[in-house]
Design a protein around this ligand. Sequence first.
Ligand code: G4P
Length: 534
Amino acid sequence: MENKQLKNEIEKRRTFAIISHPDAGKTTLTEKLLLYGGAINLAGSVKGKKSARHATSDWMEIEKQRGISVTSSVLQFKYGDKCINILDTPGHQDFSEDTYRTLMAADSAVMVLDASKGVENQTRKLFKVCVMRGIPIFTFVNKLDRDAMNPFDLMEQVENELGIATYPINFPIGSGKGFKGVYDREKNTVLSYEGHGNDKQATAFESDVNSDEAKKLVGDENYNNLMDDIELLDGAGTEFDIELVRNGKLTPVFFGSALTNFGVEPFLEGFLKMTTPPLPRLAGEDVIDPLNNKFSAFVFKIQANMNKAHRDRLSFMRICSGKFERDMDVLHVQSGRKMRLSQPQQMMAQEREIVDTAYAGDIIGVFDPGIFTIGDTVCSPDMKIEFDGIPTFAPEHFERVRAKDTLKRKQFVKGTTQIAQEGAIQIFTEPLGGFEEVIVGVVGVLQFEVLEYRLKHEYGCDIVREGLPYSYIRWIENDVGEDFELDDLILTSDTKIVQDIRENYLLIFTSEWNIQWALDKNPKLTLSEFGKSE
Ligand code: G4P
């Protein structure tokens, strides 16, 4: 009985990350999806539109000020018999590492593109990260009610820039003022669009593509163009292959207008048809089946001080198998500690709800007493598995940072350490240098601003930042002190020896050329691009 219920629940789950360039319409699309699930009464009403137009799911002040989404949040809604988890991601490539971690917790991704802009510069890296993960990617081309790029050009751009094949599930008829709707390739129907000004919900009629009604709805010229497009699509286009979709090699493309809620439901239906419930996950040699009745999860995100009203640190976990029950005993594998996950929560925009049960595929946030690190495994005590870690990206920008006021040292150390534990920055110290000042490494420069802002607002500590010329990092693999002495190293004057928070030694370089130089001059030296784990 229990197993049947578990299977039932898990098979309903769909967990996806949503990713877009800022302003492409991710928030609007998310709101419309929630609307279908009845999770909110009226899209856009979660927050007053003008007062905080950026997201129902943005938490941090800085996000509102800059209009970017820095952290990711999680929303859950039900649609039909499905239970859908949406993981929001930062909309700027400076936070691609955060996006990558979120993608680790997702089974598929939805990429929102602005139809007039296609793949934008700032998001190229972000979308590539998505392709790198090898999970199914669904593309929603938004804002067809505005003048758009030629859809064939747009798809070619996706293929060339991101290296993933495209398959249009539907195809737009005109755009902007001349937007007439979309053609559904499988059903062979036209879903016609009738706008009612700005953000009002559009009216949609469905009719057979060969009917007079369809011809009348879209007009003769559009109809003839559509016939040419269909011929092109059927003739030269890629074959649809669900296996390629599931391996992230082919992205189904949907066209629509989130603002007027046109094309959102067909998108949701198509998405649900093509995605699978949670799939097994690797834990070293073990393959963990979601239907395994023992609970297991991994931490993919840690976020402190999310809300000033709740001064706390939450760890977000993706459940990989079994059922979570409130107050159950679990094992935190990395520390070997048995514990209870206290006050497990699920998010609905800014509201948090305590959950009593959750299943494989779901995301829960738990209070973190400061023991979790990103990638950690939590499972039933008799399970003893360890999920494969989440790789860290090598930082490409470095600054030396210290507290402006030396009396704020304590806040400075606490703040930088906690923010580093969240994985938002990496911190390094100079050997024997102490913690008075640290070298901060980041993947994208905006992360420095987030650090400065958060240290000021969450820890009450102003900082002084000094740019450093380094852009490459390598960990020293040799056992320092054993058969290897740092003093013996021959390095260029612009190469620096530092330590990470686990006290591993590493070198930071200003150029790739210097890395090779160091290896040539020090035959015993072995370097690695990735940090040593525990
Ligand atoms: P993001 O989360 O990806 O950053 O984008 P968001 O949904 O906030 O949308 C960015 C802007 O684009 C918003 O306008 C939104 O109303 C508009 N938008 C979203 N989808 C569509 C669409 O399908 N068609 C058109 N024409 N516009 C769309 P804004 O003026 O920046 O904000 P607001 O004042 O309307 O809230």
